[in-house]
Ligand binder design. Structure first.
Ligand code: ATP
Length: 387
């Protein structure tokens, strides 16, 4: 199939946004943005509702005119090209299939419109790619949501776009189907090798699929990187809280060398200086971050068994939830309240119930430091956000 091999494709290149912005009256939806999306990558624009991710995608598609800046595809400036003249196709949340046409004709549509006479081979290959070869004669309403979305992807890919834009394509699917489709889309992207730009508010979805994730907040890209890098090394409280869960502890720097030593809630903690994304000046403040799965929980009676050199914080269990693979604890202590700990269920200590006095401890190397001038709860999802 033509799309399969990189060398077979028309010379393309990266998607490059240079200083693009979008304002509506006095409201800025996207602040001037410079962004390069490497050719052949699976790129996710991730952020909460209203952060400007769809607007950014629509500017790449040509569905929205930027207020400033330039959109390049490779070396080509496409800013003034209408959508249909850009080598780009978009898949939306609503599949927008033609209800009266069967699946074969839905996929063939783009080819027929361009006057291509023999469509059978290409459509057949596309249907195989999305594993719907046996559904060619079905009508859209006879397919599940996930299958319909795969038809929409096949219909977009048959036009051989240089870039496929996906605007919350899995938003209408239930959770289980969404998880399956994430793997399916990733497989399709790997197979065809073209650039996918995927917009989502679901951090797990972005991390599962994308090579690179741009976390957007308030019309700006707050941080960009590989999923594991963003997760392990968040540079802002928003990214630390929006991507998974972080414990952020307010601390004061008492010594700053290769390791930074801080005090928090009367105790001392250490972290590597290279993991601080803000200057750690003696006497200054720092937010100390630690992911819940990096923490071990020990009953206070066994405190002496904790190895030397670990960061330690005392507290009391206020809540525990058994969720099969792990137990999630919430602990209040002098260093902070609502600290979260995820313990794998290997050897469960039955004493660790609400009310138990405990010590949270972890390897100092797993600790990161953030600028204390930021809102500590930026990016924390509330019950209202989730509904
Ligand atoms: P969602 O996931 O809810 O679509 P988003 O991150 O994709 O959110 P955008 O759709 O890019 O956000 O919108 C960014 C901001 O721009 C929002 O506050 C939105 O209300 C505003 N906006 C979008 N389109 C218009 C418009 N045509 N006129 C005025 N404001 C707009």
């Amino acid at each position: 199939m033509t799309l399969n091999a990189k060398s077979d494709r028309a010379p393309g290149g990266d998607v490059r946004l240079s200083g693009i912005s979008k304002t509506y009256g006095s409201f800025t939806a996207v602040h001037p943005l410079d962004l390069t999306i490497p050719e052949g990558s699976f790129f996710a624009l991730l952020g909460a509702s209203g952060c400007g991710k769809t607007t950014t995608l629509r500017m790449i598609a040509g569905l929205e005119d930027p207020s400033t800046g330039t959109v390049f595809l490779g070396e080509r400036d496409v800013t003034d090209l209408p959508p249909y003249k850009r080598p780009v196709n978009t898949v939306f949340q609503s599949y927008a299939l033609f209800p009266h046409l069967d699946i074969f004709e839905n996929v063939a549509f783009g080819l027929r419109r361009r006057g291509v006479k023999s469509v059978k081979k290409q459509v057949g290959e596309m249907l195989e790619l999305v594993q719907l070869g046996d559904k060619a004669k079905h009508k859209p309403h006879q397919l599940s949501g996930g299958q319909q979305q795969r038809v929409a992807v096949a219909r977009a890919l048959i036009n051989h776009p240089q870039v496929l834009l996906l605007d919350e394509p899995l938003g209408a699917l239930d959770l289980k189907l969404r998880r399956q489709m994430q793997l399916e889309l990733k497989r399709i992207q790997t197979e065809v090798g073209i650039t996918f730009v995927h917009v989502t508010h679901d951090q797990e979805e972005a991390m599962t699929m994308a090579d690179t994730v741009a976390v957007m907040n308030g019309g700006r890209v707050e941080q960009l990187g590989a999923p594991a890098d963003l997760y392990e090394n968040p540079r802002t409280t928003f990214v630390a809280n929006f991507l998974g869960t972080s414990n952020l502890i307010e601390a004061e720097v008492v010594e700053s060398a290769k390791d930074v030593t801080v005090t928090a809630g009367g105790g001392r903690l250490r972290l590597p200086a290279e993991r601080c994304s803000a200057p750690a000046t003696t006497g200054g403040k720092l937010l100390v971050g630690i992911r819940p799965e990096k923490i071990s929980l020990t009953h206070r009676d066994d405190e002496a068994s904790i190895a030397d050199g670990r960061n330690k914080v005392r507290g009391r269990v206020v809540d525990s939830s058994f969720i099969g693979v792990s137990t999630q604890y919430v602990v209040d202590g002098p260093a902070g309240s609502g600290l979260q700990v995820y313990e794998q269920n290997i050897e469960r200590d039955t004493r660790l119930v609400p009310g138990a006095e405990v010590v949270l401890h972890w390897n100092p190397a797993h600790t990161f430091g953030l600028d204390a001038a930021q809102a500590i709860d930026a990016g924390v999802e509330t019950v209202e956000d989730a509904s």
